[in-house]
Design a protein around this ligand. Structure first.
Ligand SMILES: NC(=O)c1ccc[n+]([C@@H]2O[C@H](COP(=O)([O-])OP(=O)(O)OC[C@H]3O[C@@H](n4cnc5c(N)ncnc54)[C@H](OP(=O)(O)O)[C@@H]3O)[C@@H](O)[C@H]2O)c1
Length: 340
């Protein structure tokens, strides 16, 4: 059973504005014109030269005219921008998303949607008041292998899910100036890496009864690594996140009648292996090219339909996953300056 997700090329065309032309914005700017009918219409940076650099690569790839701005305020005020992709660090998402919403623009906000659940609730309150779409760019939730695993679990093909095990460990550059090392920018393994297994657990099992987290911190005061056990009655979902170790980024969903496994990079487009109890492994061919087109297409469909939120990545899911992260950070003793 492979679930077919809506074709991104069939979604309405939007003119995207990119706020914050960093590493991930570069990927978004490449994949949206390549795999959807939408285009990158404008890029805003605190320094117009950086917006120009990204715009050049979009033009070189055959994209149409891209405007550039030397401030985010100018970007969100552009009447030829239909929707803003907020790709600044998590610490800035709250202010930047609200800036766009107040200017009348719907938003797709990178994960983690905000530093904590309270900040996310404040952004959604503005979206609600403005009657505008807002969504966390948790792209994995829209990928065919996630949709397939969720549908098969809901159809009972795994029996009762007993455990979910997710590894998100990458050996990253831990220079103290790096974003993930910086408390002021919402650094740490949890909000960049651990949010993927936690969001996956939440999509299958919902809000846990209890969370037990252990971990260690960097000299800059953010979480370097942690294990997070989410307890759901007598079922468990366990994450190991690490920004200083080269893990396989694997996933297992263990049920009474079978299991799923994704051997590597579980949160990226991938095939899934389904092994029924006592049976042979079956590869479900769910890998696709690109990846960001599915979330962008969902935003386009919802905006065209006048919806303020997505059924796949609803506001409640963002709030509940961030509340899980808040609890993990409370147990680890990680706080951010913006939290006082
Ligand atoms: N979906 C994914 O697979 C994925 C992967 C990686 C990261 N992300 C998420 O995307 C967001 C950005 O990550 P990234 O790796 O792209 O970061 P990055 O390379 O550091 O880029 C962030 C951009 O934000 C802008 N910015 C605005 N205020 C800033 C500030 N106070 N300090 C630093 N930069 C600031 C900067 O652009 P200007 O100064 O030019 O305006 C910068 O280029 C994060 O929330 C991260 O979790 C998602």
């Amino acid at each position: 059973m492979v679930v077919t997700v809506p074709d991104p090329l069939a979604a309405p065309a939007l003119r995207w504005g990119i706020l914050g032309p960093g590493g991930i914005a570069r990927r978004f700017a490449r994949e949206i014109p390549a795999y959807t009918r939408s285009r990158i219409a404008a890029i805003g940076s605190r320094d117009r030269g950086r917006a120009e650099q990204l715009a050049e690569s979009v033009r070189a790839a055959g994209g149409t005219a891209v405007k550039t701005y030397g401030s985010y305020e100018a970007l969100v005020a552009d009447p030829e921008v239909d929707v803003v992709y907020v790709s600044s660090p998590h610490s800035e998402h709250h202010d930047h998303a609200i800036m766009a919403l107040e200017a009348g623009k719907p938003v797709l906000v990178e994960k983690a949607f905000a530093l904590n659940a309270d900040q996310a609730a404040a952004v959604f309150a503005v979206a609600k008041r403005q009657g505008l779409f807002a969504m966390e760019a948790m792209w994995s939730r829209f990928l065919p292998h996630y949709a397939t695993m969720k549908a098969m679990v809901e159809a009972g093909e795994l029996g009762e899910v007993r455990a979910v095990l997710g590894v998100h460990a990458q050996s990253l550059n831990l220079d103290p100036s790096f974003r993930l090392m910086n408390r002021s920018l919402g650094g740490g393994a949890l909000l960049d890496l651990g949010i993927y297994p936690l969001s996956f657990f939440h999509s299958l099992l919902g809000v846990p009864d209890r969370i037990v987290a252990t971990g260690s911190l960097t000299e800059t005061g953010v979480d370097r690594r942690e294990t997070v056990t989410c307890v759901y009655g007598d079922r468990f979902a366990v994450a190991y996140d690490d920004m200083a170790a080269a893990g396989d980024c694997s996933l297992q969903v263990v049920g009474t009648k079978g299991r799923f496994s994704v051997a590597e990079w579980f949160y990226t487009p991938n095939d899934v292996v389904f092994t029924p109890a006592g049976g042979e492994p079956q590869v479900l061919p769910t890998a696709v090219e690109g990846g960001f087109q599915f979330e962008a297409a969902e935003a386009a469909r919802c905006i065209a339909a006048g919806q303020t939120e997505s059924a796949v990545m609803p506001w409640a899911a963002t709030l509940e996953v961030l509340a899980m992260c808040d609890e993990v950070r409370r147990q680890l003793g990680v706080t951010y300056p913006a939290e006082g």
